[in-house]
Design a protein around this ligand. Structure first.
Ligand code: ADP
Length: 763
């Protein structure tokens, strides 16, 4: 396996030895020469082996124009590099006369931000590989690869073809997992070598900086890993005073840790081809050879080309099983989303049938959480454990989707329920409400074959006496039992979960839209109804007054010509029209309330009640009977005092009216939060926003249970007209309307024959 040219991230944090970033080593491998030139093509830097390859010392070359090495045509071709994009690579065959001898080189040119880099690699022949021989080499390989039907077969063939072309001892295809650890998934090798197929390599074997370089640069070739690096002269670019960026250089020297890693593995020559899928490093084709091995630039280019073909094919050649699974998930997902979007209650549709929610991401358990309500499906931790897990997610998980196949790493408390939930896939549906769907997978104990103990590092003494950590010495198979881990969540399963979230958000939004429309419509029709009731009752009053007036005139002026029966009829007309006027006035009052704007102000209810009670005491009807008790001072609240006065007046009037006891009493008071909770009137969770609950209690006739709600309807009376002092049955309807205008609630509790208590809130 290829060891990247940097120390592992993990060791980096353990060592005080400060290493240079790997893309600016200031040196190259000795099998070629590197020249750095400015836009005028003057040589700024040169590798300290120019004498060997070109027959000219660094002093001969520095400050000179490229013309001193190359002919006019070759110089012109290099000049063009300035017009090209940074990073684009050109290659030419060039010839250079050195010490009266003509030598041929592959000249590979690329541009960095402030210089052009020329790399000259000696070659035997002057001629480029013809298109036809290139075609012959690759077309057969590609044809074979295209015939394969699944990923494993395809990559196995890739390894075989690359080994055939390069004649390296071992060619491996290595794939990264989500965490960056890799495993060998295909291998072609010399028969006598022991297989590496199936072995795993920790993510720290290839740290991020090396991965970045592999993503930018498709091919890395090291013919002799322990060859002495050659320094650039001068070491820094004299114009920028910075080390030159050798990220895209084919000769870049090899990091010492990488050298050691491969020497420990018995590797001398190394070729690494990057496999890129959707701009990400998917894996590597890594070729090892026990002795030094040189590959011509053309052969390397062919390998790079094949690497690109493999990268393109990766998208199509997913394994058949994976493909079938994806198709099945897609079908399930569409059916699921359709059914929840059509359901009246999509939350029910989510969990019925239970198996569908689990199958969607191949989970063995799930929990649907809507605020404090949690529904468990399948094998899950218990409800309290799920609740605690959601509380943790509330603060610790910021994304809408969180997944882990080893939850205890993030949330150690989950160890106790590892058998049901070592793996968690968590979907947050709302950022505002606590809406979550959680899926669980149980622990699956696995045995992983590592290429050597991944946690083992050797101590390396540095020149300055400090100690840094080097790569492991042994790559012999090392088995690890992995616990507290579930099967991994596949990216198609995560996609499915996200699609479900989008669908739910869509459904909720469209339901909210629908509700908003219905609300608007309701408000409009309520307004119309109130206007109609107002207009009708207002207009009815005038003819009614006429009926009343003419009836009284008839009674007063024509009584002598009417008999007793006639007079009695007329008196009934008068009393009915009086009653009708009361009814109309009530209707008018109610419709006015429908249109009323609240005039809220801070109101001391003690003062308000004093006014109400004074009115009762002034009235002759109640004066001598009144026993109104107020056990403690009432609070000051924000309300429309005129309307709340009306509520108390109506309730107190009823309390006195519907009472047949010799000693009537009325008690007015309120419950504080704790009393409300202990009486079961309130759920504990809502404590913080609890308004006081006011009550008016009497020792009157009580109300039958089945009328506890109907008495709030307009014109609903439980007694005949003449009983209990009469009335039209509007007082409670008006009180209810006023309470609701304050966003409050009104209700009654009663014991028939003994007492009634009317409760109400004002928010
Ligand atoms: P009204 O008093 O004009 O009939 P209300 O709307 O105020 O109209 O009351 C509706 C009915 O509810 C009353 O007719 C009565 O039967 C019943 N009711 C109201 N308050 C009480 C009470 N405190 N005790 C018993 N019954 C009551």
């Amino acid at each position: 396996m290829s060891r990247s040219e940097d120390i592992p991230d993990q060791t980096a944090s353990l060592t005080n030895h400060d290493r240079k970033p790997i893309h600016i080593p200031g040196s190259i491998q000795p099998h070629g020469v590197l020249l750095v030139v400015n836009p005028q093509l003057e040589i700024l830097q040169v590798s300290n082996n120019s004498q060997d390859h070109l027959g000219k010392t660094t002093q001969d070359l520095l400050g000179q124009s490229l013309n001193c090495l190359l002919d006019h045509r070759q110089v012109e071709a290099i000049k063009q590099c300035w017009e090209k994009q940074i990073g684009s690579v050109n290659s030419h065959k060039v010839s250079i006369i050195t010490l009266n001898e003509k030598r041929y080189f592959d000249c590979i040119v690329h541009r960095t931000e402030d210089a052009v880099i020329l790399e000259l690699e000696p070659t035997d022949s002057a001629s480029e590989v013809s298109f036809l021989s290139f075609h012959a080499l690759v077309s057969e390989a590609i044809a074979q690869m295209q015939k394969t039907s699944n990923l494993t077969e395809f990559l196995q063939l890739v390894a075989t073809e690359i080994r055939q072309i390069t004649a390296f001892d071992r060619v491996m295809v290595y794939q990264f997992d989500h965490q960056g650890a890799g495993s060998v998934i295909a291998e072609a090798k010399r028969q006598d070598l022991s297989p590496y197929l199936g072995l795993h390599y920790p993510a720290t074997d290839i740290p991020k900086s090396a991965r970045d370089l592999y993503t930018r640069c498709m091919l890395r070739f090291i013919p002799t890993i322990n060859a002495q690096p050659v320094k650039l002269v001068p070491i820094e670019n004299p114009i920028t005073q910075q080390p030159i960026d050798l990220s895209l250089s084919i000769l870049r020297s090899v990091d010492s840790c990488c050298v050691e890693y491969h020497q420990n593995m018995g590797v001398t020559a190394l070729l690494v081809i990057s496999l890129i899928q959707e701009q990400k490093l998917w894996g590597l084709i890594s070729c090892h050879h026990a002795t030094s091995k040189y590959l011509s630039y053309e052969v390397r280019k062919i390998c790079e080309f094949l690497g690109r073909i493999v990268s393109l094919e990766l998208v199509h050649k997913v394994s058949q099983v994976e493909q079938d699974y994806k198709v099945r998930l897609q079908a399930l997902q569409s059916e699921f989303i359709e059914s929840i979007s059509q359901a009246d209650n999509f939350i029910d549709a989510l969990i019925k049938p239970e198996i569908r929610l689990l199958d969607l991401v191949s989970a063995s358990g799930a929990a649907v959480c809507l605020d404090n309500e949690i529904t468990l499906v399948g094998a899950t931790p218990n409800i309290e454990q799920v609740r605690a897990l959601i509380e943790w997610a509330d603060t610790q998980v910021s994304d809408n989707l969180f997944s882990s196949d080893s939850l205890p790493k993030f949330y150690p408390e989950s160890i106790v329920f590892k058998n049901t939930a070592s793996g968690l896939l968590l979907l947050r549906i709302s950022q505002v409400r606590r809406y979550y769907i959680l899926w669980f997978r149980p622990e699956v104990i696995q045995t992983v074959d590592w290429a050597g103990n991944p946690n083992e590092f050797t101590q390396v003494e540095q020149a300055d006496d400090s100690v840094s950590l080097g790569p492991r010495k042994s790559f012999a198979k090392w088995q690890e039992t992995v616990r507290l881990t579930s099967l991994p969540w596949e990216s198609c399963e995560l996609d499915c979960a996200l699609a479900l979230r989008n669908a739910i958000v869509g459904i909720v939004l469209s339901k909210a839209d629908e509700l908003a429309k219905i609300n608007l419509e309701l408000e409009r029709s309520n307004r119309e109804l109130a206007s109609f009731a107002y207009a009708a009752s207002h207009d009815l009053k005038e003819p009614l007054r006429g009926i009343y007036n003419y009836s009284t005139i008839l009674l007063e002026d024509y009584a002598q010509i009417l008999d007793d029966e006639g007079i009695e009829y007329l008196e009934t007309v008068v009393s009915l029209s009086v009653r009708m006027e009361t009814l109309i006035n009530s209707l008018l009052r109610l419709s006015q309330l429908g249109k009323a704007e609240l005039r809220k102000q801070s109101t001391d209810l003690n003062e308000l009640l004093t006014q109400v009670i004074d009115v009762f005491r002034a009235s002759r009807q109640y004066s001598e009977l009144i026993d109104i008790r107020i056990p403690r001072l009432l609070p000051t609240v924000e309300c429309d005092s005129v309307l709340v006065n009306e509520v108390f007046s109506n309730l107190i009037a009823n309390a006195l009216k519907y009472n047949d006891k010799a000693k009537k009493w009325v008690e007015i008071g309120y419950l504080d939060k704790n009393e409300e909770i202990s009486t079961g009137l309130l759920q504990p969770k809502k404590q913080s926003s609890v308004p006081p609950v006011f009550y008016v209690r009497d020792n009157g006739i009580g109300i039958p249970e089945h009328h506890l709600e109907t008495i709030f309807r307009l014109f609903k009376r439980l007694h005949s007209q003449e009983k209990y002092g009469g009335g039209v049955g509007a007082g409670l309807a008006i009180a209810k309307k006023i309470v609701e205008l304050h966003n409050g609630r009104i209700w009654v509790e009663s014991t028939l024959g003994h007492s009634s208590t009317f409760y109400f809130t004002l928010e």
